[in-house]
Design a protein around this ligand. Structure first.
Ligand SMILES: [Zn+2]
Length: 56
């Protein structure tokens, strides 16, 4: 169970770095969470799809 907590924390850090970076960022259409890669199904909510987010 503690493993899940650690993974969850790590995931939050990863998400922050993804949002902060200037690399390509994908955003879920369903829950609008940012993800690092293009997924057919969002890892956050299981819905999707995720799409490239261009924050000009
Ligand atoms: Zn989602």
């Amino acid at each position: 169970m503690s493993l899940f907590t650690k993974v969850g924390k790590k995931f939050e850090e990863t998400k922050q770095s993804v949002i902060g970076s200037k690399q390509s960022t994908y955003v879920c259409h369903s829950c609008e969470e940012a993800v690092a890669e293009e997924y057919e199904h969002c890892p956050h909510c299981g819905e999707g799809p995720v799409e490239l987010a261009n924050n000009c």
